[in-house]
Write a protein that binds this ligand. Sequence first.
Ligand SMILES: [Zn+2]
Length: 197
Amino acid sequence: MKKLTKQIVIDYHDFMVEKFGVRLIFRKDDIPPDVFDVFPSLNQFCADTFLDHYAITIPNPFGKTLIYLPWIAGSSTRVSLYDQVRRLAHECEHAVQIRHDGDTHFAASYLGNPALRANYEALAMHAELDIYFWYYGKPAAALFLSSMAKNLKAYRCGADDIAVTEKHLVAYNKIVARGSVSSEAGKAAIKWLDMRV
Ligand SMILES: [Zn+2]
């Protein structure tokens, strides 16, 4: 297992923000109203307690892609340092998806369609599995993959989407087990972390 420090995790957030051209936000109120105007279905993820527990990457046609985090970088009172590293890589992979697909296409697909949302999530989870292997030196176990897929229930995905996602993760994890890092965010993160951890 790798040894992360508070300062490394703070610096890692700075690096990922710069590398993926995103802006971090920590309060729902920091999401510009214009973004809600163009993507009203974003509201479904800002209701209840979703934002207390989950990070979310928000397409922003008016500026940098936004990443909302329910933790303060380097402060491990709510989320462990390792989980911060893993989960920020996941969100940065969403930023890559937004760059490839465009704000409006991503928003329509991700916010509007549970099956497409599950697919975006499964691809972002690649980065998490890459980080997992880097951190633990072994691929994630089947039970962990299953629990990752089941998390999508909180994202309003159905049982079918969750089952497909689990199969997807099992397949990707076989590639990870061979020591290959394929996600863009995972690659950047691991390259940076390897020089410091
Ligand atoms: Zn995600």
